[in-house]
Design a protein around this ligand. Structure first.
Ligand code: GLC
Length: 738
């Protein structure tokens, strides 16, 4: 029996379809429309989302559109999603010539968003604070299971951008500032998302260098030297490709004057040739047109399409018009774009649909089908699948666990925490009663700001604390004041801000709490740091809670009461002032103070954070043994033990840094090289054995190559530094190391 590999099977199906497709059908597969373009009305708030039968058939039958995305301004139940997508697929498979089902994309960036009966999880920045690979992978899996039930098989997630500029409106969508943690957690998410029974396609975004604009404002010009691009922004995408991410979405912005959507060097030479990525490259929202309308590198829409196709784009999120496909057909017919180039994109798109199980039912074409008038129509995938439709308690438990592990205790003066469970609390601040502030964007609406869009089943922080504490109204009756501050969620351009200082009204709430003379516990719900401007000196405890999602209140309650010890650690640097930002991998020149001495610690008059990258307190205490460091020809082994010397069980997130003492490129003061998470009972010890590949000691040279130079290095862990020396070494190619 002839054994065919999966790829051969895919190719057989894809090649067969390609051979039968007209140019218009091919180009239609490269077009993605938003749901509004085929809906009755514009999905306005309160509208019942309904397909416009005429618009739907024009898109599918006349324009051969192969993909749709999103829902605007509201969420739908799982039943509604399945009915909607089932209706679209029914027309796609029974009324189009080839019966190719559509692929539906959605931004399930912190759980199955836009779905009223799905479970949401903490935002990625919170997941970064958990340092927990297994947790993130499990969230990927559970998100895939909920997307399966909706019928939305393409998830525009994970975000692999770096959160290095706290002004950026999408800081909360990143796993943090460091390429290593973003690589590790992003790839775990992709593994989880793409490994369930129904293949859910991941989408690493936004390739590349997004969110680094000096202005801190979304989609504004960015200037990144090739060396820095490779050092910082490329590794997460490289890792995503290595674990098999199905697709990549392009950064809307420009780098060094060239929009990424028209950058052949990035989309073809780097992505295709150097990184060997053979998945689908999709544009971001309207970004082909924006080559003309915003970036003005194209004099009209047709030139914009030519530039994007020449650069290597496979699919355009147009998302309201089919002008893209009409003009692209003209470009092919005029010879400006070859049909072979079109076939290369359509083959990848059909391969993606095959992976998602959408093409298997399409019968290979045969003459007798023609006679029978069957025309190779597939048996409907949606006609005979009915997965159970329910939200499991497991997903809620997972979301609660993630929320608990993601909350960071920054300050705990005189160990005021945990509180006596019978403590009487006065609860203040807008975040105590806001579901929007504790969820953030991409929840039940795009911006996440509409409180009415949040399902009634969800609890505010106040509701949750009320169940576990005696929450009082008068300050005279309370033992402590819990002030929950935050920011009204908003992302992308609507989320651009002018400064990072805390809003004046929230500063007033904190000041009033301090004036009561009672201990103040400040809980900061926001998808980025905001300047506390020294307020922390006047309060007892400070949490950065981020946007922990639906179980924020339950998680905070468990931590305040001491039921669970906090274990979160900052995956970003919490700046001290609103105008000086730097990251943990800063340089020695950053540390020079007014005295021109290079302080070993943060000099008071140089730049220094309010709280460092990796900072986070526990209710227990942990002791680290001095690391043993052994250099071999391929890696550096680091072994040490961690002991819970406290009186209670707790989780400890172990962070390992390296330091290159001298190098031909200015070395970072330190750089994250490894991390592990461990739950330890009181008195329990655990052994940590890390093998750091030489890549962890490498950097990108002036020749834009990854190298490791011989010389003195240090490992820094648990407040200890151990030096070692590398002698003659060669850095094998990345693939050889891993
Ligand atoms: C947005 C975002 C992108 C998202 C897409 C579809 O503009 O930049 O992250 O996946 O549009 O919603």
């Amino acid at each position: 029996m002839q054994v065919t590999t999966r790829q051969e099977t895919v190719s057989a199906v894809t090649d067969d379809l390609l051979s039968r497709m007209t140019l218009r059908e091919k180009v239609g597969q490269m077009t993605q429309l938003t749901l509004q373009a085929i809906s009755v009305g514009q999905n306005e708030k309160g509208d019942q989302v309904a397909l416009d039968s005429v618009k739907l058939r024009k898109a599918l039958v006349e324009d051969h559109v192969g993909s749709f995305l999103n829902v605007f301004n509201q969420a739908m139940s799982r039943e509604q999603w399945r009915a909607l997508i089932g209706e679209i697929q029914q027309v796609a498979r029974s009324e189009t010539r080839l019966g190719i089902p559509i692929l539906y994309g959605i931004d399930a960036v912190h759980g199955c968003g836009y779905t009223t009966d799905a479970t949401l999880y903490p935002q990625n920045l919170n997941l970064g604070a958990t340092w927990n690979r297994e947790l993130v992978r499990e969230i990927g899996r559970e998100t895939a299971r909920e997307l399966t039930q909706n019928g939305t098989f393409w998830n525009f997630s994970p975000v692999l951008d770096l959160g290095r500029h706290p002004m950026w409106s999408r800081f909360s969508e990143t796993f943090g500032e460091d390429p290593f943690i973003v690589s590790e957690l992003g790839s775990e998410y992709i593994r989880g998302l793409q490994e369930t029974e129904q293949y859910i396609a991941g989408c690493a975004k936004h390739f590349i260098g997004y969110g680094q604009a000096p202005t801190g404002r979304d989609r504004t010009p960015t200037f990144i030297p090739q060396r820095i691009l490779r050092q910082l922004y490329l590794p997460p995408f490289q890792e995503a490709i290595d674990v098999g991410v199905a697709s990549i979405m392009v950064n809307s912005g420009e780098i060094n004057g060239v929009p990424v959507h028209s950058n052949f060097a990035l989309l073809s030479t780097l992505l295709r040739e150097e990184l060997c990525f053979n998945g689908v490259i999709i544009s971001d929202w309207e970004d082909v047109q924006k080559l003309h309308t915003v970036h003005r590198v194209a004099s009209d829409s047709k030139q914009a399409i030519q530039m994007a196709i020449d650069a290597g784009l496979d699919m355009s999120m147009t998302p309201f018009t089919t002008e893209f496909s009409q003009l692209l057909v003209e470009l092919v017919e005029s010879g400006s774009v070859t049909e072979e180039r079109i076939d290369s994109s359509v083959r990848r798109i059909l391969d993606l649909k095959f992976k998602c199980g959408l093409l298997q039912e399409i019968k290979a074409h045969s003459a007798d089908d023609e006679e029978a008038g069957v025309g190779g129509k597939p048996v409907g995938r949606y006609g005979n699948r009915s997965p159970e439709i329910s939200r499991t308690e497991k997903q809620d438990e997972l979301s609660f666990r993630a929320a608990v592990e993601s909350i960071v205790l920054l300050q705990n003066k005189n160990d005021i925490l945990p509180l006596n469970p019978r403590a009487r609390l006065l609860l203040k601040g807008p975040a105590a009663d806001s579901l929007a502030m504790i969820h953030g964007a991409w929840s039940y609406t795009w911006q996440g700001a509409d409180e009415a869009a949040y399902p009634d089943r969800l609890q505010t922080v106040r509701m949750a604390l009320n169940q576990n504490f005696d929450v009082v109204d008068a300050e005279v009756d309370c033992d402590a004041v819990v002030v929950c501050i935050g920011e009204h969620p908003s992302v992308e351009k609507p989320g651009d801000i002018d400064e990072l200082n805390l809003a004046a009204d929230q500063q007033t709430i904190i000041a009033e709490a301090i004036e009561t003379g009672k201990p103040v516990i400040l809980v900061f719900f926001a998808g980025r740091p905001r300047m506390l401007s020294g307020i922390q000196e006047f309060v007892s405890a400070v949490f950065w809670a981020g946007q922990p999602g639906p179980f924020s209140g339950q998680a905070l309650s468990a931590i305040l009461s001491g039921q669970i010890s906090p274990s979160g650690r900052l995956p970003f640097t919490f700046p001290h002032s609103g105008s000086v930002f730097f990251t943990h991998d800063h340089k020695w020149a950053d540390k020079v103070g007014a005295d021109y001495g290079v302080a070993q610690e943060y000099s008071m008059n140089g730049v220094r954070p309010a709280w460092e990258f990796g900072h986070g307190l526990s209710y227990s205490r942990f002791q680290y043994s001095r690391p043993d460091v052994a250099v071999s020809s391929e890696s550096v082994s680091v072994s040490f033990s961690v002991t819970n010397t406290g009186q209670r069980a707790a989780r400890e997130n172990v962070l390992v840094f390296v330091r290159d003492h001298f190098a031909s490129i200015t070395p970072e003061v330190k750089r994250l090289a490894g991390f592990e998470t461990r739950w330890l009972d009181a008195g329990e010890s655990t052994k940590i054995d890390l093998k750091l590949p030489y890549e962890a000691l490498s950097f990108i040279s002036m020749a834009n190559e990854r190298i490791v130079e011989p010389g003195a290095f240090s490992v820094l862990v648990g407040g200890q530094e151990v030096e070692f020396v590398l002698t003659n070494i060669c850095l094998a190619s990345r693939r050889e190391i891993t």
